[in-house]
Every structure is written in structure tokens, then in C-alpha cells.
Ligand binder design. Structure first.
Ligand SMILES: Nc1nc2c(c(=O)[nH]1)N[C@H]1C(S)=C(S)[C@@H](COP(=O)(O)O)O[C@H]1N2
Ligand SMILES: [Mo]
Length: 557
């Protein structure tokens, strides 16, 4: 059997193994999927600089790229296993066993894993072994019993078998259209057993291999698709749609009519859910059923609190417009969005638990094990820190943390905005560390005052004359006091500021400019209500947020 045939058989066996594993994982829970576990493990083990590079380079596609990468590696390994299995089936079985061992190791070392979680991987691997042996046997026809027939079918070099079948192409005609279609008969394999001349058997039947592989791929795809259905995605989507949002006891401050300048190309004051940036470490979006959701508040408290989703919805709800920002946002970047959140004020539940003196950190954990460390004093100082259940009038989208996430105005997402939050441990910064801290990011992450030019776009070609320059600026919980723009390093000019309902949202700004022909650089800087004006010193996002002025160049003719 030629190497490519072995590789194909290996790929099909690998596909069946993963497909079946996905099917069983669909029943057992997504965290038991070896693909997910290996990918999650890869995310966690990736050195921070590489991860930062991935976020910078692939943006919100970083997960697709990672899953793609994992699948490519798996495919190469599976092909190699198939090539080896041609020599001895035992090699193939051993290869798949190693494959499975890596998967099992990844699954059982995930947070809150148990031994039975290895089941999908083990059953998948067994299905892979079965498929591989089946395909090898199927594609290998028994040679006529002959005393000299000692070497195993796979022992003949790939080239030799091909040559043999070419030589026999005139003699054998029974293998059908595929054989006839090949002009020189090159590479066309036939069942050796049928050969009239009784020449040395090659024992490879291409047609039977290809149909077997096709069957395997179909089974693998169907199993994976079924697993996905069973995986609760639908169940959680249905539950989400079924949530009736209670009215807020404290509605949001009315958004002033002048909050949105309605300039073409300028970020709208409220970011629609489908346009809202998404940043997280979750390879598959955690599917948390509201029926199963619990929030536990414990640690340095007088009375640990545990509550259900129904309990949460019965509490007085607060609505607030808050702009979320990611620490990974580059100057001028897109990782900021403004939404209307609805939720229970975090201090309400923390007071119920009774935070002990000395505690200064809330270590919140998501259903998939991600953690955030949030300063207690910030959460308790009266700002609209929420356990949020809704975003822009609908239950949280699943990828934005359904059923419950945290939102804390003024803190970057990585230290405050835990999605799929299930656990809050009241603790101390000197005793606990959140997910990103050992990965080179600051333990505390107040949002830095920033401004961005949305229009014109960088590199735009404009007509000379009046041009509207516009953008957004943010200094959450302090408030934006002024935005200035300058052209070609000239004098700073005050931009017109849009209205805002509170200091917790971004603020639109605009400025009219009489553009003259030539290439021009536009720069923006904001000043917050503490009197701080953005520094021009450029700093990268790590470890605690980028600084510098957003600058763009435009061509005017
Ligand atoms: N469970 C979980 N929550 C998380 C994260 C994460 O990786 N996992 N990332 C945080 C970061 S870095 C940011 S910027 C915000 C982004 O929230 P969004 O995806 O809803 O915009 O979520 C935060 N909450
Ligand atoms: Mo972030």
C-alpha cells in the first residue's frame, strides 16, 4: 500500500476518533472534548508574548486560528500514524494510543475535571483503532495463497506496487471505470487477487480504500454534528430566549438627545450586541444553563452566600450604560464598546455576605475556570458595579457571558468583567492571583484615559474643503472633560463634546477642519475630569494598558 493511502487511512481514522469523541462529549459536556481540552491547554501553556502576538495579529479570529492550528497538527499526526500502520498495524494502534493519552491528559487536567471525563477520548480512540484496522484490511486484498508469499502486503515499497499494477494494467480490466479512466494506467491499483498472470500480489485496492475513507469521513462528520447538537448549545439558546427580564428598580439615567452626534463612520453611542468586541480565553463559548447556574460568594466573609439565577432575578435590578474596554486595546484600537447593562449591584450581595476587614480582592471565577482579581474598594465605592444579566435590553448573549457576568465601570475587562461568573472568593491581592497576573499583566487595571479618531479613516483620500473629524474618548468613572485635535503638529483645537448620561461611558466628539491639499497628520488627546491630559508617551498594552495619542494620516486633493 502506498504511503498516501496509509496517510489517507490515518486521516479517516483520526477523523472518526475525533468525531466519536465529540459525539460522546456532546452527552458528557463540552469540557470533556479532547479537541477543546487540548486547545484550552494550548491557550494556557502559550507564553504570554505569543498570546499577545496572536491577539494583536488575529484579533477576534485568534480562536479560529488556534483551533485550525490544532486540527492541522492532529491531521499531520493522524496521517503519520496511517503511514506507519501500513508496516504494522500495531504501530498504528500505538500511535493512536499516544494520541489518546495526550487527549486524556489534557481533559483530566482541566479545572473541575474527573476521571470519567476521559471517556469521550478513550471511546474515540477505540473507534479510531477500529477504523484504521478496518480500512487497512478493506484496502488489502488477500493474495492467492502461495508459498513464496512471505512478505506482508505492506512490505512492498509504494513505487513497486504501483509499477506492478501498471504492468498488469492490460491483463486486468475488471476494476471498473476508475481504472479505465487513467490514460497510462499509472497509479491505478487493482486487487492483486484478480490478476490473471498470477504475478506477485501487491494487495492494494484503491477503490475499496477510497470508499472506506469516504464512509469514515461521513460517519465522523455526522458524529461531530450530532455531538454539537447534543452539546447543549441549543438547550442554552432556548433557555436564554425564554428569560423574562424583570424591570429595573433603578433605571438607567436617560441618555441625552445629544449623546449621539450621528456622524457617518463615528461609533454609535450604544454599541449593538452583534458589533460588540469579544475577548476571552474560551475556545468554545461556555454553555451555562440558567437552571444549573449558581453564584457562590465565600472566602473572607461572615456568611457565605449561594444563589440561583431565579434568586438573582428577584433582587432589585440596576440599569447602567457602561463602556467596557480591553487592556489589549492598542491606541486607536477597536476593543471598546458601550452597552446598557442590567444587573444586581455587586455591593448588595457582598454586604449580604459581610466582607471582612483586611480583604482587598474579589477573585471571581468563570464556568470555564478563567479568573479576575477586582479591588474590593472599587466595587464598593458606589459606582454601578454589576452582576449583569442583560445587555442592551436582551439577556446576555452567550458569548458575552450568559447567564451572568460582571461589569465594573473604570476597570479593564481582564480585572473586572468575568463572563459566565459562578464564584467570587473574597480574598487579598497578596494571597491570590488572577489568570493574567502570572502571565505578565498588572494585578490592577484601572482604565487609562484614551481617545480615538473614527472619521476620517486612517489613509483616507479626501476632497479639500470642510471635513468633519470625529471620534470617541473615554475615562470611565472619571469622565471626559475635553478633547483636543491638532493637524500636522500645529496648535491644539478644542473639539465639540457630545453629551453623556454619566462619567462611565465613552464620549463622542467632533471638529470641523478646512482641509487643504496635501498629506496631513491628525492627532487627538483627551483630558479627564481629574485634569489629567493623555500623555504622548507611547506604551504597549502590556502590562497595564497602552498610552500615546491616536494619530492618522489622510491625503487631501
Ligand atoms: N470568563 C471570562 N471572562 C472574561 C474574559 C475571559 O477570558 N474569560 N476576558 C475578559 C476580558 S480581557 C475582557 S476585555 C472582557 C471582554 O468582554 P466582552 O467579550 O463581552 O467584550 O471580558 C472579560 N471577561
Ligand atoms: Mo481584555
Amino acid at each position: 500500500m502506498p504511503a498516501w493511502a496509509g496517510a489517507l487511512a490515518g486521516l479517516a481514522a483520526g477523523a472518526v476518533a475525533l468525531g466519536l469523541a465529540q459525539l460522546v462529549a456532546g452527552l458528557a459536556g463540552p469540557e470533556t472534548s479532547p479537541v477543546v481540552a487540548v486547545g484550552d491547554g494550548a491557550v494556557d501553556l502559550t507564553p504570554a508574548p505569543v498570546k499577545d502576538f496572536a491577539i494583536r495579529t488575529f484579533g477576534e479570529n485568534d480562536k479560529t486560528v488556534l483551533v485550525g492550528g490544532v486540527l492541522v497538527v492532529l491531521a499531520l499526526v493522524a496521517a503519520l500514524i496511517g503511514v506507519l500502520a501500513r508496516r504494522r498495524v500495531a504501530y498504528g494502534v500505538a500511535g493512536l494510543a499516544v494520541f489518546a493519552a495526550v487527549g486524556v491528559a489534557a481533559v483530566v487536567t482541566r479545572p473541575s475535571a474527573s476521571a470519567v471525563d476521559a471517556l469521550p477520548t478513550v471511546l474515540g480512540a477505540l473507534a479510531g483503532v477500529w477504523t484504521l484496522t478496518w480500512l487497512l484490511r478493506r484496502a488489502t486484498t488477500r493474495p492467492q495463497p502461495a508459498p513464496a508469499d512471505a512478505p506482508s502486503p505492506g512490505a512492498a515499497p509504494a513505487g513497486a506496487s504501483s509499477a506492478a499494477s501498471s504492468a498488469a494494467s492490460s491483463a486486468a480490466s475488471s476494476s471498473g471505470a476508475a481504472a479505465g479512466a487513467s490514460p497510462q494506467g499509472e497509479g491505478v491499483e487493482r486487487p492483486a487477487v484478480m490478476r490473471a498472470g498470477g504475478e506477485q500480489a501487491t494487495g492494494f485496492d484503491r477503490r475499496r480504500l477510497l470508499t472506506g475513507v469516504a464512509g469514515g469521513v461521513v460517519v465522523a462528520g455526522a458524529a461531530a454534528a450530532l455531538g454539537r447538537e447534543l452539546g447543549g448549545r441549543q438547550a442554552v439558546d432556548t433557555a436564554r430566549v425564554g428569560v423574562a427580564l424583570p424591570r429595573p428598580a433603578t433605571p438607567a439615567k436617560p441618555v441625552p438627545a445629544g449623546a449621539d452626534l450621528r456622524i457617518n463612520g463615528l461609533s454609535s453611542f450604544i454599541t449593538r450586541n452583534q458589533d460588540f468586541y469579544r475577548v476571552d480565553t474560551a475556545l468554545v463559548v461556555p454553555q451555562v444553563s440558567p437552571a444549573d447556574w449558581r453564584l457562590r460568594i465565600h472566602g473572607l466573609v461572615d456568611r457565605p452566600v449561594e444563589l440561583t439565577y431565579a434568586d438573582l432575578l428577584k433582587l432589585p435590578l440596576t440599569e447602567a450604560d457602561v463602556t467596557l474596554t480591553c487592556v489589549s486595546n492598542e491606541v486607536g484600537g477597536e476593543y471598546a464598546g458601550n452597552a446598557r447593562w442590567l444587573g444586581v449591584r455587586m455591593p448588595d450581595l457582598l454586604r449580604r455576605a459581610g466582607v471582612r476587614s483586611g480583604a482587598d480582592m474579589l477573585l471571581s471565577t468563570s464556568a470555564d475556570g478563567f479568573t479576575c482579581g477586582t479591588p474590593v474598594d472599587v466595587v464598593m465605592d458606589g459606582r454601578d458595579a454589576l452582576f449583569a444579566i442583560a445587555m442592551n435590553g436582551e439577556p446576555l448573549p452567550v458569548e458575552h457571558g450568559f447567564p451572568v457576568r460582571q461589569v465594573v465601570p473604570g476597570l479593564y475587562g481582564y480585572v473586572s468583567a468575568t463572563k459566565w461568573v459562578v464564584d467570587v472568593k473574597v480574598t487579598r491581592f497578596d494571597q491570590d492571583e488572577a489568570y493574567w497576573t502570572p502571565r505578565g499583566w498588572s494585578a490592577r487595571g484601572p482604565i487609562k484615559t484614551q481617545s480615538r479618531i473614527d472619521v476620517p479613516k486612517a489613509g483616507a483620500s479626501l476632497k479639500a474643503g470642510r471635513v468633519t473629524i470625529a471620534g470617541v474618548a473615554w475615562a470611565q468613572h472619571k469622565g471626559v472633560d475635553a478633547v483636543e485635535v491638532r493637524v500636522d503638529g500645529g496648535a491644539w483645537r478644542q473639539a465639540r463634546l457630545a453629551d453623556v448620561p454619566s462619567p462611565d461611558t465613552w464620549r463622542q466628539w467632533s471638529l470641523d477642519w478646512d482641509a487643504t491639499p496635501g498629506s496631513h497628520t491628525l492627532e487627538v488627546r483627551a483630558t479627564d475630569t481629574t485634569g489629567y491630559t493623555q500623555t504622548d508617551r507611547k506604551a504597549p498594552p502590556a502590562p497595564d494598558g497602552a498610552t500615546g495619542w491616536h494619530a492618522i494620516t489622510v491625503e487631501v486633493s
